[in-house]
Ligand binder design. Sequence first.
Ligand code: BES
Ligand code: MN
Ligand code: ZN
Length: 515
Amino acid sequence: MSFLRIPKNVTALSKFSRTYFSTSSRMSQQPDGLILGVYKDLTLANSVKALDENVKTQLTEQLKNSGATGKLGELRVLYGLDSCPKQVAVVGLGKAAEASVPKNMENARKAAAIGARALREQGAKVIAVDSLGSLQGAVEGAKLGLYSFDSLKAEKSRKPLVEVTPYDQTEQESSAWKNGLACSEAQNFARILAETPANHMTPRLFADQVASKLSPLENVEVIVRDGEWAEEMKMGAFLSVTRGSAAPPRFVEIHYRGGKENEKPLALVGKGVTFDSGGISIKPSANMHLMKGDMGGAAAVAGAMFGIASLQLPINVVACIPLCENMPSGTATKPGDVITAMNGKTIEVLNTDAEGRLILADAIYYASTTFKPHTLIDVATLTGAMVIALGDVFSGVFTNSDSLWKQLDDAGHNTSDMFWRMPLHPSYKKLITESPVADLMNVGSRAGGSCTAAIFLKEFVAGLDDEEADEAEQIRFAHIDIAGSMDSGSTNGYTIKGMTGRPTRSLIEFARTFQ
Ligand code: BES
Ligand code: MN
Ligand code: ZN
């Protein structure tokens, strides 16, 4: 068997590491910027005891004079406040939501992002953040809001490096601060992977990036497999997609062993198409460049693994990430070709642009048979129909398990990286089983395109619908279609125009809270 085991001591980070791969959280200089928050009636959301009454009066006075109201996202930068950093960004937090932690957290995220970008714009190098009603939200917002993918730009047009630190230094050790750092660094890592152009993020480079970022972490093992290994595993569906490309495929397996030795793992599977041209069923050229992000599922899964391992959560998780390009060429799979997946099922490839489900089919079968997970979740930029259905607000979840849906829904709400339940229903199956030549077809009709894709994937989950099995023994399966949430058309709060890295935070939160 051919595979490359990445040694523990990989330190070579790529040139993309420059800004975001730093894990240091120690303050090197005194802050020259501070972010504070005010609620609707201009009451300070300041938890810092040190801020004395005089300063508070000064602040309130200046805010009033500036016409501030404290509505969410409203920004004022103040200078020359006694015993404060040089520049103080005061950001509106809107109404304090009494009973809603997620809402306060989300408001803190938005406010911190707006404040942090304003201070960076004005030259601040070390930005202190007050808790803004939620310390975790504040650090996440600042870190996510400062993200900027400029490693391929000239040095002089790159955004300056900025350090983020809690205003109250004792909070450095709090779980809120640590969770916030881990979640934002994880999502920024996913953003970089997804945003990086396809010529800089081939399957091989993706695997290298993930290995160097994750293998130094405690209890993590990264195994990178090549095409030969996939041949040996008889992954005919995965390989059929790789055939048109000159870039060799990879299959990345990440193990995180934080639970008991014999405890069944959670399995995450991510679609890693580093560029989707459509193959022989080629896509129109308008917006084809966005298909550099067709490994957004793989990126979110890798990001989540980073977050889970950084927090050393007490569970076992395994991630499987099939990586390839979908390209047209003389050796590419042709419409009408029949291929055989790892589980022995034959598939008529009616449209080579429905490639995601093919690579996921083998990855899902491999993960469910090899690791016998209690829960398997795949994350994929799978269907254009999902963009139409949910836009960029929710990621769609297709699951056979009410308990799994409940846990994902909660995780989505808690992180404001939300899910909406979609049908995983056997009625859609007939649309993909009426091939005259094979067991399955890789597309149904246009109608219900996201639902037929989901039911196709379910065919490759081993351990489902096994009549012999006890209900509790059955694997819980969810497919998350992120075609709509993978990118954002504009910068708004902590959302930065481009690839979003979603749903990294909600996957980490799910892993943190499920039992
Ligand atoms: N990667 C695309 C889906 C996609 C489209 C993601 C737009 C994000 C934005 C996927 O591989 C694809 O091409 N799907 C086809 C399937 C169809 C041929 C059945 C689609 O949705 O058009
Ligand atoms: Mn496609
Ligand atoms: Zn695709």
